[in-house]
Write a protein of this length. Structure first.
Length: 98
């Protein structure tokens, strides 16, 4: 990856991911070609935190019908679950560490 800002696509905000943020575990969608090292470097330099563990999971494509019987497809994505050092948190995702 060239730019660290392109590694993290967006953060996931579900009940499970929000409750995990209390423990310092953050979930985000990442670029399809990003590796664990890319994600660790992006979190360290963008948010100024120390990453202890990175897990990566690929989501599968899913299909569902709409009201008018049109088949909709959700594309497969790549997700990263990042664990921070104990006591560290990201307070605001929009502000970057400088």
């Amino acid at each position: 990856m060239n730019a660290l800002t392109q590694v993290i696509a967006r953060f996931v905000s579900t009940n499970k991911s929000v409750t995990a943020e209390i423990r310092g575990v953050y979930t985000c969608f990442i670029h399809p070609s990003a590796t664990k090292i890319d994600v660790k470097n992006a979190f360290s330099s963008l948010y100024g935190v120390e990453v202890t563990k990175v897990n990566i999971a690929k989501t599968r494509e899913k299909f569902h019908n709409t009201r008018k019987w049109i088949l909709m497809k959700r594309s497969p994505q790549k997700k990263a679950i990042v664990t921070l050092k104990a006591g560290q948190k990201i307070h605001d995702f929009s502000t970057l560490h400088k």
